[in-house]
Design a protein around this ligand. Structure first.
Ligand code: ADP
Length: 449
């Protein structure tokens, strides 16, 4: 049913295109004739030709506009009828332009091609019918010409009856064979094409349903991750609370050795909670459940706050953090989330940096956008890995611990703000993570708060 509708739409489109093409031809011929009339040439026969095309094309147009929903068989019938009109018009043209010597007989071939590829979406026998029509018309013309039944429009045609007979039989043989050979070739190719087309359509359908399935699996995965993280978080905070209670000696005395063990357990629980939080956030980002609480904020101040927060960690590796922060750049954004982006990028810049390395944090004005970056002198990322690192769970070429979630959360947050993030990196030389954020409100750089 669906297939049929597509076919109907397709044939209707082609039917309409044919109408436009005929209008164009009529227009062009009209211009040529006006010129000919201006030069005082006899174009009476040509005007009949023009009137014939204009008349049946108008009829085709009226039929096209008359009814919106044609059945498939009606459209096919109409296409066939108007194709026969086209064949007649071409024959007429050949007749008035010198019959046997007319240069326009190749237009029959054009019609065979049109009927093979143009009119129907799928291959059909119409090519042979058109070839048959064309051959019959053409041969009929030759015969009428020979029998002297129709007036001659080529006064310069001066063949002896003997020459004419040879010429006619040659032409007859040639055109009949050529038409049918041509029709067979077109038929074969259009059949091949439509088979390929059908195959492609089937493959497309298969791909679409596979995609649907994958989407469903992806949704289930997100749901599972979200529920599991949620469920795991509650017992985990209980465990952490109890560890703290024991550690602080509230439920009895604890030895120094026990304290050490408890502290390490607490750290592990903290790490686990952080991973769960990241998983939960990522699943929220992917399911578009992540709320943003927009405020007008000075991004440089936010960057400074993040640097201040992370500095102890940088100091552990003797890493220097330099800044190039442009002041007073106000943007409408969720401060907690952008703070998080800075923290993730700074944390990575420390994690994947060498001892005594350097980090450069920048914030600069770009008109309606603000450009921020975190660059480091660390291990860098191989060129082939760059396109993958923003995907969840992707970790590349390093032994440092991590989950591969940080950058995908960053990208999610930046994109939620309508921004973009990218990385420039060179292996063993360092990386620069750059993100741009829209300021949000035009010409409004004075914060109320
Ligand atoms: P994680 O750091 O937990 O592995 P991320 O999503 O933050 O996860 O990073 C993904 C991967 O990108 C990292 O495993 C690392 O290979 C690479 N990467 C991220 N930041 C940097 C950086 N500043 N320098 C070099 N590689 C980095």
């Amino acid at each position: 049913m669906n297939d049929n509708n597509l076919l109907i739409r397709d044939i209707k489109n082609r039917f309409f295109w044919a109408i436009l093409v005929r209008y164009a031809i009529t227009g062009i011929v009209l211009i040529i004739f006006s010129l000919a009339i201006f030069l005082k040439m006899d174009v009476r026969a040509g005007l009949y030709f023009l009137a014939f095309i204009a008349a049946y094309n108008l009829l085709a147009h009226i039929i096209y506009l008359f009814k919106k929903n044609y059945e498939l068989w009606q459209l096919l019938l109409l296409s066939a009828i108007f194709l026969v009109f086209d064949v007649s018009a071409v024959t007429f043209l050949i007749y008035i332009t010198g019959w046997i010597e007319s240069p326009y007989w190749f237009l029959y071939l054009v019609l065979i091609v049109i009927s093979g590829f143009g009119v129907y979406s799928y291959y059909s026998f119409s090519v042979f019918i058109i070839a048959l029509f064309s051959a019959a018309f053409y041969l009929g013309l030759l015969w009428a010409f020979y029998a002297g039944l129709l007036p001659v429009y080529r006064p310069d045609l001066k063949l002896t009856p003997q020459e004419m007979l040879v010429s006619i039989s040659n032409k007859a043989l040639f055109t009949t064979i050529a038409f049918f050979l041509f029709a067979a070739t077109i038929y074969y190719f259009s059949k091949l094409l439509s088979e390929h087309r059908r195959e492609l359509l089937n493959k497309n359908q298969e791909l679409l349903s596979a995609l649907q399935e994958l989407k469903e699996i992806d949704r289930l995965k997100d749901e599972f991750v979200s529920t599991a993280s949620h469920e795991l978080r509650t017992p985990l905070s209980l465990i952490r609370e109890n560890i703290s209670l024991v550690e602080d000696g509230i439920v009895g005395a604890v030895s120094a050795q026990q304290k050490g063990r408890l502290a390490s357990s607490r750290n592990s629980v903290d790490r686990l909670s952080k991973i769960l939080d990241d998983l939960l956030d990522l699943s929220k980002i992917e399911r578009r459940f992540f709320d943003v609480d927009l405020k007008r904020i000075d991004i440089s101040r936010l960057a400074e706050k993040a640097i201040h927060f992370i500095r102890p960690k940088a100091d552990e590796k003797k890493i220097q953090i330099e800044t190039k922060l442009q002041r007073g750049l106000i943007a409408l954004l969720d401060p907690d989330k952008i703070f998080r982006v800075f923290i993730i990028l700074l944390d990575n810049a420390i994690k994947y940096n060498y001892e005594k390395g350097r980090i450069l944090v920048g914030v600069e004005d770009m008109g309606e956008w603000i450009r921020c970056y975190v660059g480091d002198t660390g291990i860098g990322i191989a060129e082939k890995d760059v396109p993958r690192i923003f995907r969840p769970f992707v970790r590349v070429g390093n032994e440092v611990g991590g989950t591969g979630l940080g950058l995908s959360i960053c990208r999610g947050i930046i994109e939620l703000h309508g921004g973009k993030i990218q990385v420039e990196s060179k292996l063993k030389e360092g990386s620069k993570f750059i993100f741009i954020l829209p300021k949000g409100e035009k010409n409004d750089t004075h914060p109320r708060d």
